[in-house]
Design a protein. Structure first.
Length: 155
């Protein structure tokens, strides 16, 4: 079942929260929302844009990455969802990353983030024009943060 993580009920629901929260903060849809939640979860997982998220733990753990993210970070689904979010950035870039995440927490989203990230094999890449947003539940409580971007270049 892990080879199709997008089809697991908890991931279908998380994908829905990602999409609903993005629309709430940004005012537009991240992807085409046609079809039921499972169809949308598949469309999000297969999208050409990178989509990642983490929870609200003190040291947040990644809990979602679509196929574009898994390929970029060179990780399997199982490896990705066990990775502390901070490890997606090099040590020198973690202060700036945390500042940006705090701004997104306060405002609901942050648009235009740019920074260097590192894959599991040490391959460095620069992310351009990323959008970070708070993932919220039906009551409006923050249950995570997510990011999306479609522009990156290897360094």
């Amino acid at each position: 079942m892990k080879s199709r993580p997008w089809s697991e009920p908890c991931i279908v629901e998380w994908s829905h929260r990602l999409l609903e929260s993005y629309h709430y903060w940004i005012g537009q849809d991240l992807i085409d929302r046609a079809g039921d939640r499972k169809a949308q979860a598949l469309r999000l997982f297969e999208a050409s844009i990178v989509v990642v998220s983490h929870g609200v733990e003190p040291d947040p753990i990644l809990n979602y990455g679509n196929q574009a993210a898994l390929d970029l970070w060179e990780l399997s689904w199982e490896q990705f969802i066990q990775t502390p979010s901070r490890l997606t950035a090099e040590a020198d870039d973690r202060t700036e990353r945390e500042r940006m995440l705090m701004q997104a927490r306060a405002k609901g989203y942050y648009d235009g983030y740019r920074g260097v990230r590192i894959s599991s094999t040490g391959r460095r890449f620069r992310v351009e024009q990323a959008v970070i947003w708070n993932v919220i539940d039906l009551a409006g409580h923050r249950i995570g943060q997510a990011a999306t971007f479609s522009q990156w270049s290897y360094l």
